[in-house]
Write a protein that binds this ligand. Structure first.
Ligand code: PMP
Length: 421
């Protein structure tokens, strides 16, 4: 640890929670240099939906490297890029009847969000954007302006502007019709809030504490955007790529956003990659207007293409739905019963255990530490970090999923015993 603590910046974060030095990983397991094995319920915050070092994807990558395929190519036309685009169009867009153009952004999710916000403002000629309370869209200034948590915003060092936060779906704000509230603001010429170019949303707020919006709410939001000439941007960076049981998280609501941001698991192998999908009529960019040296990571194109083939081969969506049932049942049967004020939320393979009324962040921290000691990597999320977030690779073996949930239950029982008694 000394090397890191002495030389690496204080900005480091996950390593403070998961205090070990990792050396190897395979599918749903991570191994420390000591040899200790951990079950992974974190999956690189959603970047490893296909597991660590997926053999199918690795074979394609090794083959490409072996034949000296381009590693870096800015946004030049390359074989690797063409193969990815063709695969994405035939496997993802065409079967869903979706007509989007593809824009490859700098390698992180936040860069795709920056591009989406820039483009929306350019298209509509308005500066304001609506985001939601509980949203996470990234750490660069434009994305951070649309991210709600106070701790992250403090790091900006300047005023974060041109975003107005709206309350999220009715699930979180009990008895409160948030769509009607937004509608009233838009219709009121004395609301004091500027008409937005776009509304940016996560259909399941992940960092926000695993808060899924209902399909009805999403549908109404889409209608509201259409009625008021506002673009709908779906940030599918964390819950896209199969996490909710469909490739896109918005499919369950039957909506079609104007712009979609993808990153994290799009490369399939944990390699950096991000992209935007945009309706063709929005593509008013000038050449190089959202430029960057690492747009289009060639190795990521190769693995992303293989990942799309892999998901078809193993019928990934069916697998997620199978696991979904098992996770939900276990959480409701074994964990929700530990205390009546534990709240369970989620869908697909992203679930949250909300302990805000049962000890909050202190409790969550103890449980996460306890799980780690017992060989389970699991993360916290949400307001005041009071939610335990379950997000294993979609390819997790059934027995490891069960074992991880068993560890979690055990550690929760040990820690919550004083609250229960
Ligand atoms: N949007 C969402 C929904 C995210 O979850 C994240 C990352 N947690 C980002 C954007 C930013 O992605 P990155 O960290 O790759 O910049």
């Amino acid at each position: 640890m000394l090397t890191f603590e002495k030389h690496e910046s204080n900005v480091r974060s996950y390593c403070r929670v998961f205090e070990d030095v990792f050396a190897k990983a395979k599918n749903d397991r991570i191994y420390a240099e000591s040899g200790k094995a951990y079950i992974d319920f974190f999956a690189g915050a959603g970047a490893l939906n296909y597991g660590h070092n997926n053999d199918y994807i690795k074979a394609a990558l090794l083959d490409y490297i072996e034949k000296d395929g381009l590693t870096h190519g800015l946004d030049m036309y390359t074989e690797a890029k063409r193969m990815f685009i063709d695969q994405f169009v035939s496997s993802i867009l065409e079967p869903r009847g979706l007509d989007y153009k593809l824009q490859f952004c700098g390698s992180t999710g936040t860069n795709a969000v920056e591009a989406a916000l820039k483009l929306a403002r350019k298209v509509k000629g308005r500066t304001n954007v609506f985001s939601f309370m509980g949203a996470y869209h990234g750490m660069s200034i434009g994305s951070l302006a649309a991210t709600s948590d106070a701790g992250s915003r403090k790091g900006a060092g300047l005023p974060l502007q041109n975003v107005t936060f709206m309350p999220y779906s009715d699930g979180w704000m009990d008895n409160f019709d948030t769509i009607e509230y937004i509608e009233r603001i838009l219709n009121d010429d004395h609301s004091g809030i500027d008409q937005p170019a776009a509304i940016i949303l996560e259909t399941v707020q992940a960092e926000g504490g695993v808060v899924p919006a209902s399909p009805l709410w999403l549908k109404r939001l889409e209608q509201l955007c259409r009625a008021h000439d506002i673009l709908l941007i779906c940030d599918d960076i964390q819950v896209g790529c199969g996490r909710t049981g469909n490739f896109f998280s918005f499919e369950r609501a039957g909506i079609v956003p104007d712009i979609v941001a993808l990153s994290k698991s799009i490369s399939g192998y944990g390699l950096p990659m991000s992209m935007l999908l945009l309706k063709p009529e929005l593509d008013i960019w000038g050449a190089g207007e959202h430029n960057g040296t690492f747009r289009g990571n060639q190795l990521a194109f190769v693995t992303a293409k293989a990942a799309l083939q892999f998901r078809e081969d193993i019928h990934m969506d069916d697998l997620v739905r199978k696991h979904e049932g098992m996770i939900e049942q276990t959480l409701r049967k074994n964990i929700a019963v530990i205390h009546e004020q534990i709240e369970i939320r989620g869908l697909g393979m992203i679930w949250g255990i909300d302990l805000s009324k049962v000890g909050g962040s202190d409790q969550v921290e103890r449980i996460i530490k306890g799980c780690f000691q017992a060989g389970l990597i699991i993360e916290s999320a949400g307001r005041n970090n009071s939610v335990i977030k379950i997000q294993p690779p979609l390819t997790i073996k059934q027995e490891n999923l069960q074992e991880g949930l068993r560890i979690l239950e055990q550690v929760m029982l040990e820690n919550l015993v004083s609250v229960v008694c």
